[in-house]
Design a protein around this ligand. Structure first.
Ligand code: MN
Length: 266
């Protein structure tokens, strides 16, 4: 059944030396050919950032793995995937990003470089998976998350999950025996706000942007609820940001803006 020629691109935002990247690449080797194209250093919280005003440098590495073609990019996670799909790796059908050391739940997906990397695969018509675990997770949880991602990738490979799907997967920091199950979830909404903290280092003022939790009072349908209650969360993502919400602004209103401009002319 398995299409052994499936070519899987693995990337991340924690950089080439991250434990989760290599756990993922090793496990995905069970599903097909794997190539790694990842940032040469940590690029967490870079979201969908792409580099358009400076050239990008790529290095091929032979020291990490004999079996897995491995490249680093002096750029963002999105840069890495765009370069991989456009130039470095042929015939990719699945992009898997992670395993991030830190959950990517709710509003976090908008700033997550892990999700941003997967997004570039999805936008190009491929299937894409982002995988994240809590920051304090040890090697067992990375291995478990990687094995779970490989199961999902295997299903994508056999066509069971359709094409061009985009899944955001988060696991709790628990051994397999105590995981409650798997939930298909919605993103929790309005759970964080970015605030500013100020200080002085003796020479200059400095500022820290800090993610502050607004509410953990979330519905059981959400990703945050699932992980907090010991479930693996799978959130199907899509391009709904680009779909027009109903009833917020209509053409009659916009016509009035235009009429006001015309009436204001001397
Ligand atoms: Mn990260």
């Amino acid at each position: 059944m398995v299409n052994s020629s499936m070519h899987i691109l693995v990337s991340n935002d924690d950089g080439i030396f991250a434990e989760g990247l290599w756990a993922l690449a090793r496990q995905l080797g069970r599903c097909g050919r794997v190539a790694i194209v990842a940032p040469d250093r940590e690029q967490s919280a870079t979201g969908t950032m792409v580099t358009l005003r400076t050239p990008l440098r790529v290095t091929r590495h032979h020291c990490f793995s004999a079996d897995i073609p491995t490249f680093t990019v002096e750029g963002s996670p999105s840069d890495s995937v765009i370069l991989a799909l456009g130039k470095l790796v042929e015939d990719v059908s699945l992009v898997v990003s992670g395993i991030n050391q830190g959950l990517n739940l709710g509003d976090d997906v908008l700033i997550s470089g892990t999700v941003g990397a997967a997004l570039q695969g999805y936008l190009r018509g491929l299937s894409a998976i982002a995988v994240s675990v809590p920051p304090e997770s040890g090697p067992e949880v990375f291995e478990l998350a990687a094995a779970f991602a490989a199961e999902v990738a295997g299903s994508i490979n056999t066509g069971k999950l359709g094409s061009n799907i985009f899944l955001n997967i988060n696991l709790p920091n628990r051994p397999l025996e105590t995981i409650a199950g798997v939930r298909v979830t919605d993103l929790a909404h309005k759970t964080h706000i970015d605030s500013v903290r100020e200080g002085n280092d003796g020479r200059r003022q400095y500022y820290w942007l800090v993610r502050e939790q607004l509410s953990r009072d979330v519905a059981p349908s959400t990703d945050i609820w699932a992980v907090e209650n010991g479930f693996i969360s799978i959130t199907p993502l899509h391009h709904c940001l680009f779909r027009r919400p109903d009833g917020q602004i209509d053409e009659a209103q916009c016509g009035r803006f235009f009429d006001s401009l015309k009436n204001a002319r001397p």
